[in-house]
Design a protein around this ligand. Structure first.
Ligand code: AMP
Length: 286
């Protein structure tokens, strides 16, 4: 089947009806477009697991703060469609903002506490915007499975919690972060980096590797682990840390060194020039 582009909610429902009636499974990969190998890996997983693969491309204004990059977020639907066709996606759902929000939205999904902490504290309203659009996409597509990257680790936990709390009838699949050869997590925002800034970016994954090594060596005190990350980041003068979090991997609660969790999630956000990059790593506690 070749890739089909659908831009309306009604059109997508119509398009999916026969597949659903035939008992076929539907996989959804929600994205904001400007796709790279990380997104393609989510599509590969969906292609392997489900009969009909839908990728949504929607730069969701609800999840951007007033001083964030909504207007300049990179967009290239033609290139995205080529990548999706090459990876065997069936449908790209690319609605306009007017199609998704014909009037200002009055109904939101708020995953309390989880959304307010860490990245949510730095980006007020961000996870509310994410949960709301993802809940809406789940109602539009009604997928059997939806695929999310671990790169946005807190987002993945917010979605998992929303699905459990509101009994959305689908399975959430988390996919490990896809990286460039030098360790930099692939991100649509990497295009903002100048060559000099791009050369500084491996410091994020390097700092997480140093922390993983410390945990492997027996470190469980979050203050010690955070210090390892900050020290590694300090080696790169262009890197300005915005968030360094050491939490229990499943709950994102602070780590209690007296009762260490089975796995620790390391989450960082670092400014390099004008660009804010994030990275994460989950490390089993030995
Ligand atoms: P975005 O278009 O940035 O909103 O991302 C759409 C989906 O792709 C999200 O579930 C992301 O976590 C996932 N994603 C983005 N970058 C990567 C990556 N480098 N590896 C794996 N998944 C990713």
């Amino acid at each position: 089947m070749s890739l089909e582009t659908v831009t309306t909610i009604a059109g997508l429902r119509e398009r999916l009806k026969p597949a659903r009636q035939a008992g076929k499974s539907v996989g959804l990969v929600p994205t904001m477009g400007y796709l790279h190998r990380g997104h393609a890996t989510l599509v590969d997983h969906a292609r392997a697991d489900t009969d009909v693969v839908v990728t949504s491309i929607f730069v969701n204004p609800l999840q951007f703060g007033p001083n964030e990059d909504f207007a300049r977020y990179p967009r290239d639907l033609d290139a995205d469609c080529r990548l999706l066709a090459a990876h065997g996606a069936d449908i790209v759902f690319a609605p306009s903002v007017e199609e998704m929000y014909p009037r200002p939205i009055a109904t939101h999904i708020e995953v309390e506490s989880l959304s307010a902490r860490l990245e949510g504290e730095r980006r007020p309203g961000h996870f509310r915007g994410v949960a709301t659009v993802v809940g809406k996409l789940f109602n539009i597509v009604q997928p059997n499975r939806a695929y999310f990257g671990e790169k946005d680790y807190q987002q993945l936990q917010v979605i998992r919690r929303m699905v459990a709390d509101l009994s959305f009838p689908l399975e959430i699949v988390g996919v490990p972060t896809v990286r460039d050869k030098d360790g930099v997590a692939l991100s649509s925002r990497n295009v903002y980096l100048s060559p000099v800034e791009r050369a500084a970016a491996p410091v994020l994954s390097r700092s997480l590797a140093a922390a993983a090594e410390a945990i492997d060596g027996g470190a469980v005190d979050p203050l010690d682990i955070e210090a390892v990350i900050r020290r590694a980041l300090a080696a790169e003068p262009m890197a300005e840390p915005d968030l360094v979090a050491v939490t229990a991997a499943d709950t994102l609660e602070p780590v209690d060194p007296k009762v260490p969790p089975p796995a620790i999630a390391l989450m960082i956000a670092v400014r390099i020039g004008r660009t804010r990059l994030i990275d994460q790593r989950v490390v089993a506690v030995p």
